[in-house]
Design a binder for this molecule. Structure first.
Ligand SMILES: [Zn+2]
Length: 343
């Protein structure tokens, strides 16, 4: 088959690659659409240590089942499917506790952090176990379905956050996941949603997608602006969707006493927290990792147009042009958010 292979750091090559071998409990999928994730772009140069070459990246995908392993039930050739980005074990302490995203021995598709190498979906075909598959509703396209994964990441963060009807939420960082957090919060019954970003065009997009107000820390005093919208109290919840000290501080500084700040971004391995503010204001810091069962809800929300994934889609292109699109994303070309490749 053809695949987009990371042969060495910063060296992506579209070339012949061995076909995947399908296990007994796996299906073989003809990939129809696969999104380029920020973690793939950051991983390409070796800076994250999670894409050790050679690796076929790609964990946000959708396609058609073309063959089945001998133990596969309930699926058939021709089924339109998407799948979780995490391959988790069914017989695991965490999985049995309902936290498969935290289980031992889990692998992310298209990732090679050193202790495993699992080729992903920047290829004509990919093999995945049946227990991570989800059926795509008829009204949802393959391209839309390839964007379910990042929406599910946003939905998981919202699910972990205690929310009451009409709560005010601050979202720090309006990249792709942040924009999905805004949309899921809107569907979840939030009141004021306040979007924060360093780029005005992203703030404008957040407002189009459901945010009521938007502020730019380069220009605005975030603490004051949020106070003005919350009778001087601060927001009920905040989401940090960047992952560096400055934005963590902004999130914590924008909430009221007793609030929850949910941490989604993790660009930096270590970030500063204002310890005394967190303790004396009884702020809860909630980490959010990946996805834990949100796929069916998100597929349904996309089908019912409660979440608009196309708003984030910048381009669709053939997989053979993947290296070029990776480079454009790596160079942070203005206006580029999500690129979906078609094998
Ligand atoms: Zn991703």
């Amino acid at each position: 088959m053809k695949a987009l292979v990371l042969e060495a750091y910063k060296k992506l090559v579209y070339k012949d690659f061995p076909d995947p071998i399908t296990g007994d409990d796996e299906v073989l999928i003809k990939v129809e659409a696969v999104g380029i994730c920020g973690s793939d772009v950051h991983g390409m140069d070796g800076s994250t240590g999670r894409r050790i070459p050679p690796i076929v990246m790609g964990h946000e995908a959708a396609g058609t089942i073309i063959s089945l392993g001998s133990d596969v039930k309930d699926w058939k050739e021709g089924d339109r499917v998407t799948f979780d980005s995490t391959i988790y074990k069914l017989d695991d302490w965490y999985t049995r506790k309902g936290m498969y995203n935290l289980g031992d021995g889990r692998m992310v598709l298209g990732v090679s952090p050193g202790d495993y190498r699992r080729h992903g979906a920047f290829a004509e075909y990919v093999n995945v176990p049946q227990h991570i598959l989800y059926r795509i509703p008829d009204s949802v396209t393959f391209t839309q379905a390839s964007m379910v994964e990042p929406v599910a990441v946003a939905a998981h963060a919202v699910e972990l956050t205690p929310l009451e009807l009409n709560d005010t939420a601050v979202v720090v960082g309006c990249g792709m996941i942040g924009l999905f957090v805004v949309q899921v919060l809107r569907a979840r019954g939030c009141g004021n949603i306040i979007a924060i970003d360093l780029e005005d065009d992203k703030i404008a997009l957040a407002k189009e997608l459901g945010a009521d107000a938007g502020f730019n820390p380069k220009r605005d005093d975030i603490h004051k602006e949020v106070e003005a919208l919350t009778e001087g109290r601060g927001a009920d919840v905040a989401f940090e969707v960047v992952g560096i000290s400055e934005s963590v501080l902004t999130a914590i500084d924008s909430v009221r006493r007793g609030a929850t700040v949910t941490l989604v971004g993790n660009l930096a391995p270590v970030a500063e927290i204002p310890l005394q503010a967190v303790v004396t204001q009884q702020i809860r810091l909630q980490g959010s990792c990946a996805i834990c069962g949100e796929y069916p809800a998100v597929l349904d929300m996309i089908a019912r147009r409660e979440v608009n994934v196309e708003a984030i889609l910048s381009a669709e292109a053939p997989l053979s042009e993947g290296a070029e699109w990776f480079q454009r994303l790596y160079n942070k070309e203005p206006g580029l958010i999500k690129v979906v490749l078609k094998p």
